[in-house]
Design a protein around this ligand. Structure first.
Ligand code: PAF
Length: 324
């Protein structure tokens, strides 16, 4: 009898200790992104999960790749509402929530990846991240997609004349829209999850995205021509829902910040690799790739700069453009 009372006590104690163990205190977080696990977003997600897992085992991250939780606009709304916990998204989407980030979407602003990374890592980039909490979001770090290029199935585009009249899907981004309209494109702002069907059905002739997206989404299955327009740099962001972030201890916030930085670096590494071998992959899969008259495209959108100056300030735009 005594034995069984003792046994019961031990069992109760063991249950109490077990219940207090970290394994049962784990918090599950939903992480959303638009592309596959093989993409730069997938690489960023894996680095985030590894970094956070190394420093804190109380968080379990469940990935929702391939727009499984909706388009980027819906995902950002989800972060504000607390139905999505972590997300990797493009500035094409954040611009509608944090208008200041739109300055990085100005076409022909950055010379190359080093220039863009330098600006995003500088005070300008840091100040922009600090804008997010004012709009019900938390931004951990600047990730990256690379420079956007044009794909289409009608013709090789080499000059601004060639692009006129093409029906091109663009992101839901008014900064890009202005530039494409100036080029005489029939630009259709559209959420990414609708793009494949629109291309298949011929509702649009093409789209524009960086090599990271064109390669990882296997766009050669839907598009014949890639024109290396490099018309705009596409940053990405690692965002957390304030519902999660504001509930963290200071130590946990640092762990999330570190995970965000690890994700950003992994995305940049992916972009560096795809910049080296992506074009070869696309050619091997039958895409026709051509260079363009970059200076002619740059000159063709120059008139829109007056609008960008009035929206973001000439001083800011020129200081980004001139940054070394
Ligand atoms: O084109 C877009 O909408 C974005 O670049 C994408 C593919 C969703 C990645 O953020």
């Amino acid at each position: 009898m005594k034995r069984s009372i003792l046994g019961g006590l031990i069992a109760t104690l063991a249950t109490a200790v077990f219940a207090a163990s970290p394994a049962l205190a784990q918090q599950e977080l939903k992480m959303a992104y638009a592309l596959s696990k093989d993409s730069h977003y997938g690489a960023g997600a894996a680095a985030f999960i590894e970094s956070l897992g190394d420093s804190n085992e109380n968080f379990v991250i469940e990935e929702f790749p391939n727009s499984a939780l909706g388009g980027e606009r819906e995902v950002i709304e989800g972060l504000q509402l607390g139905t999505v916990d972590v997300a990797l998204v493009s500035t094409g989407a954040t611009l509608n929530f944090v208008p200041e980030t739109g300055v990085f979407d100005v076409p022909f602003l950055f010379r190359d990846l080093d220039h863009a990374r330098g600006v995003l890592d500088s005070e300008i980039g840091e100040e922009m991240l600090a804008e997010f909490p004012k709009h019900g979001l938390t931004a951990l770090a600047w990730g990256e997609q690379g420079f956007r290029h044009l794909t289409n199935s009608k013709r090789a585009v080499e000059t601004p004349e060639d692009i006129k009249g093409l029906k091109i899907r663009i992101t839901e981004n008014p900064i890009h829209l202005k530039a494409f309209r100036e080029l005489g494109v029939q630009a259709s702002p559209m959420a990414w999850p609708e793009v494949a069907t629109a291309l298949q059905q011929g509702a649009i002739d093409g789209q524009e995205n960086p090599l990271s997206v064109i390669v990882s989404a296997k766009l050669w299955q839907l598009q014949d021509h890639l024109s290396l327009t490099g018309h705009v740099y596409a940053p990405a962001l690692i965002l957390v829902s304030p519902m999660v972030y504001d509930s963290l201890s200071d130590e946990e916030k640092e762990q999330f910040q570190a995970a965000g930085k690890a994700a950003a670096l992994a995305m940049r590494d992916y972009v560096d690799t795809v910049e080296k071998d992506g074009i070869e992959t696309l050619k091997e899969n039958g895409m026709q790739v051509n260079e363009v008259d970059y200076a002619a495209f740059e000159a063709a959108v120059e008139p829109v700069y007056a609008d960008y100056y009035s929206q973001f300030g000439e001083e800011l735009i020129e200081s980004i453009r001139d940054a070394q």
